[in-house]
Design a binder for this molecule. Structure first.
Ligand code: K7E
Ligand code: CUA
Length: 692
């Protein structure tokens, strides 16, 4: 793979040369289109057939330039991977940049048959089951914020994490095989937003609760158990928010609740969270809205939430000393609630690990500049971005300069003491990303634009810090934006993707529900320029992370007999029932009161062995299916008619399929991946004999 990529780089240079030629062509069409300031341009020469295509398609010089900047010829690879949330599809989308080619959907919170996820593959069913809430089997999610694992705060390309806002869950995806390895339900939280965000060495993945949940004092929140009538008084007394720091173990790919901790927070709506590095190392920042603690009640004589939650001028940026919190937990100053160590709100105040700073009403994004110095908050209702300075925050805390405390006693810093700047950018500023030159970019949902501004030192060392530098119109209603390796010490600049909610008229209409629109923007120069529109026909993506392609190092084939869902010391465990050709067999025996038919089966082009499986009605059937191929991409899939079973097995992989043969009959099974000329012959029968 890396070989190919080198090729593509070499070819990239040739593409640039071509671009100059096309620029020359463009000069003929648009007056003032300069290709070189010092050298007189040669007479533009483009083969007439190319010129004809440009003419016939009515392309402008900008179109041609954009096409040349984004086109990645077949066989060549992209420069960046974009890891995007799949919104309420519950999944993750992988996209190449600059081509904007979709490379993969990763099934995460939603069963997906073509990946064999949640349709009989026991490991994936177990993941979904474990991540359910004990009340019902959850088969959907609302993914918002992906995160990439970090080493010294820099993206290392090994793991991806994503949260499910709806059901307060978090998933870990290995970027070695782009499969989920663990899903955890977050204790004491009903929703989650605000992350995933990783600590500098991925010790913890943090996020905030979104809507507070009722907590039984000292015991926390338990789905389906904790109950108080919803009143304003009860809300203040019993509802609580939280931020959780879940420990993650790279060697096993599992979250570890026993090493995790949570901090109880007031019942504000905790929104986005980020963990700092450099000067902000050891600190986490989490913003909030509805510090009014309104609960709505439109049919009960109250204002709707959007009004009652917008009464005050400020909400609170939560400033959390997580290193100290970790220390407090080590000292035993926590209460165990629903399987996790919780630092109570009182302890958090007493031990000085939680501070508030006012932030303009109902903020949204919470991002950190490359230097780790500036925490940038999108104003949402306020047309500004507010830039907090960690040096000032630390100083104000050291000097104990507070303007007072909130309803629960959390000390509140003074706005002037902790902010570096407030920049008026546009209407509805949401999220911020950064480039490698000390600039920030903010998405403005209402004014439909991306606005570029300069930061201050050390990120930006020019003459006009904290000033708007450029703006570009997007189509339409941008939510997040993403630049390569932003929110880390080493942003790469070059491209920006606007993750737009509405596309309206940008694509061929496909009914009344339009795709979302990802717009690729070139940010390499002083002026931003639009390169490409990409429809996203799956869920509503929120955030995306972009990482240099050379940091992603996927495996090509699993070692023979590997269980992709069990990671040991960073490698794959051998599935205990993995077999090779010649070891296939069927055994029927009793496990307690249940008859079990166990099948050790292999798949290789173009047959399953055995191809006839006989069992008895009511048997629990367990098929240990080994794909004994060693060739890259030689995936087989296994589906049984009438049983809702669909399993995909990659070369080398062994998997367990489990189901109850509850209806007598003879059922065909077959391979679902067109794997060879005799793929259609890759089939067999399951015979379920009626019980005597
Ligand atoms: Cu703005 Cu969940 Cu990040 Cu949506 S959130 S846009
Ligand atoms: Cu195996 Cu088709």
């Amino acid at each position: 793979m890396s070989k190919k990529r080198n090729n593509s780089r070499k070819n990239g240079v040739r593409r640039r040369d071509f671009l100059v030629a096309a620029g020359g062509l463009a000069a003929g069409a648009a007056a003032g289109y300069i290709i070189s300031k010092s050298v007189a341009p040669p007479t533009p020469v483009l083969p007439t057939d190319i010129q004809n295509i440009i003419n016939q398609r009515g392309l402008s010089p900008e179109h041609v330039t954009a096409a040349l900047k984004t086109y990645v010829p077949g066989g060549m690879q992209d420069e960046f991977y974009m890891i995007s949330s799949g919104g309420h599809s519950g999944q993750v989308i992988i996209i190449g940049i600059p081509s904007m080619r979709i490379l993969k959907y990763i099934a995460v919170f939603t069963p997906e048959p073509w990946q064999g996820y949640g349709y009989g593959n026991k490991a994936t069913m177990n993941l979904l089951e474990k991540a359910s809430n004990g009340i019902r089997y959850l088969t959907l999610g609302d993914t918002h914020h992906p995160e990439i694992s970090r080493t010294n705060a820099v993206y290392d390309g090994e793991w991806c994490f994503i949260g499910d806002k709806l059901n307060a869950r978090k998933a870990a995806i290995s970027l070695k095989d782009f499969r989920v390895k663990d899903i955890v339900r977050l204790p004491n939280i009903q929703n989650q937003h605000g992350g995933a965000c990783a600590s500098p060495n991925t010790e913890y993945i943090a996020c905030g609760s979104q809507f507070p949940a009722p907590w039984e004092p000292g015991k926390g929140y338990k789905p389906g158990v904790t109950y108080y009538p919803l009143t304003e008084a009860n809300y203040k007394d019993y509802w609580r928010g939280a931020t959780i720091f879940i420990a993650f173990d790279r060697n096993t790919g599992k979250f570890d609740l026993s090493r995790s901790f949570e901090i109880e927070l007031p019942p504000y709506v905790q929104d986005l969270e980020i963990i700092g590095w450099g000067p902000s190392d050891g600190w986490a920042f989490l913003n909030s809205f509805n510090t009014e603690m309104a609960i709505g009640g439109t049919l009960e004589g109250k204002d709707p939430l959007e009004i009652s939650a917008s009464q005050r001028d400020f909400d609170y940026l939560h400033i959390i000393n997580w290193k100290k919190a970790e220390q407090i937990v080590r000292e035993g100053k926590y209460v165990e609630m629903n399987g996790v160590k919780v630092i109570t709100l009182d302890t958090a105040i007493e031990e000085e690990i939680l501070f508030f700073a006012p932030e303009p009403k109902s903020p949204h994004g919470c991002d950190i500049s490359a230097s780790g110095r500036y925490i940038v908050i999108g104003g949402k209702l306020d047309p500004t971005v507010t830039i907090y300075d960690i040096e000032k925050i630390k100083q104000a805390i050291a000097d104990r300069r507070f303007e007072g405390e909130d309803y629960y006693g959390v000390p509140v810093l003074r706005f002037e003491d902790v902010t570096a700047a407030k920049i008026e950018v546009g209407l509805g500023p949401l999220h911020n990303e950064f480039d490698d030159k000390g600039n920030g970019y903010v998405s403005c949902f209402i004014s439909n634009e991306v606005v570029k501004y300069s930061l201050g030192p050390p990120d930006y060392t020019g003459d006009d810090p904290f000033t708007v530098q450029d703006r570009i119109t997007i189509h339409y209603n941008i939510g997040h934006l993403a630049t390569p390796e932003s929110d880390s010490p080493e942003p790469k600049g070059k491209y920006l993707v606007a993750l737009n909610k509405w596309s309206i008229d940008r694509f061929e209409p496909v009914g009344t529900l339009h795709p979302q629109n990802f717009q690729l923007i070139d940010i390499s120069g002083d002026k931003m320029s639009l390169l490409y529109d990409m429809p996203i026909p799956l869920g509503e993506p929120h955030y995306a992370k972009i990482i240099s392609a050379d940091k992603i190092r996927p495996i090509t084939v699993y070692p023979l007999g590997a269980d992709p869902y069990v990671i040991v010391n960073g490698g794959y465990a051998t599935h205990p029932q993995a077999i090779n050709v010649g070891e296939e067999r069927i055994e029927r025996r009793k496990e307690g009161d249940t008859w079990v038919t166990e099948v050790w089966m292999t798949a290789i082009r173009s047959h399953f062995t055995p191809d006839i499986v006989r069992c008895v009605e009511g048997d629990l059937v367990r098929i240990y299916l080994s794909n004994v191929e060693t060739t890259r991409d030689a995936t087989h899939a296994f589906a049984i008619s009438e049983f809702n079973i669909m399993v995909s097995i990659d070369p080398g992989e062994t998997t367990t399929i489990e189901f109850v043969a509850d209806k007598p009959g003879v059922y065909s099974f077959y391979c679902v991946e067109f794997c060879s000329p005799l793929h259609l012959e890759m089939a067999g029968y399951l015979e379920v004999r009626p019980k005597e």
